[in-house]
Design a protein around this ligand. Structure first.
Ligand SMILES: *[C@@H]1O[C@H](CO)[C@@H](O)[C@H](O)[C@H]1NC(C)=O
Ligand SMILES: *[C@@H]1O[C@H](CO)[C@@H](O)[C@H](O)[C@H]1NC(C)=O
Length: 221
């Protein structure tokens, strides 16, 4: 099987909205687990079941983009050159000032029309809502901004849940809710030991969908 092509749109997002989710994926990834096997830290054979994934950081140009905490990130590709993606992640920008660029809106609509998966974390749900792809869907966004989201895009059925899965869309609340969502996504699609390696590597115990209960790693997987 070809590796999963995973894209991140480089809107000026809050670092943890993207860094948390992609590190959950990469800590359970084939390349990282294979390295641990080679070093004798894990039993051989696990990497065969791990997440085979390639990451693409996408903007309209290849210039560095300034994110929160003064972190500057360099894109790996552009909306024009990006290979076909299986999944696209959109983290949360400042909703007061952010406006979705038409090139990004177009890119998102094509991705959705191709039937591919979308993840949003924090205000990322609001950020993409102007493209219309979430209209008629159940979705969430940072819970502090839910009222603003309802005013901004009333066509979306905004709800206050830790995360929401609706067809090809997975939307989460604030950054750490995004990490909860990704942990459950990994547990849903991969072997329990693969999800456990990633979560234990990060020393992270995700909450459940109600956001109330802290689950122990072994309960999640
Ligand atoms: C990244 O893309 C956005 C949206 O198209 C654009 O406004 C911004 O200028 C780009 N950033 C850089 C550094 O090219
Ligand atoms: C951001 O980094 C630049 C140097 O690249 C520095 O001049 C500036 O003071 C920094 N700003 C903040 C808020 O840390």
């Amino acid at each position: 099987m070809a590796p999963i092509q995973f894209g991140i749109l480089m809107i000026p997002y809050q670092m943890l909205d993207v860094a948390g989710p992609v590190d959950i994926l990469s800590t359970s990834s084939k390349s990282l687990i294979a390295q641990c096997e080679a070093a004798g830290l894990l039993a051989p054979g696990l990497s065969e079941k791990a997440i085979d994934i390639e990451f693409h950081h996408i903007n309209t140009t290849m210039d560095p983009v300034l994110m929160t905490s003064n972190i500057s990130l360099v894109p790996t590709t552009t909306v024009d050159d990006c290979p076909p993606l299986d999944y696209l992640l959109i983290g949360g920008p400042d909703p007061m000032t952010f406006k979705l660029d038409e090139k990004f809106a177009d890119f998102i609509r094509k991705h959705v029309a191709a039937g591919k998966g979308i993840f949003t974390t924090c205000t990322g749900g609001m950020a993409i809502s102007s493209s219309g792809v979430l209209d008629g869907r159940k979705a969430t966004t940072n819970h502090q901004a839910l009222e603003m989201a309802k005013q901004m895009r009333p066509q979306v059925n905004w709800v206050k849940e830790q995360w929401v899965e609706d067809g090809q869309f997975w939307t989460a609340g604030g950054a750490c809710a995004g990490m909860d969502m990704f942990s459950h996504w990994v547990a849903k699609h991969y072997a329990p030991e693969i999800a456990a390696i990633g979560l234990m590597g990060l020393d992270f115990e995700p909450r459940d969908i109600e956001g109330k209960r802290v689950l122990r790693t072994e309960q999640v997987v």
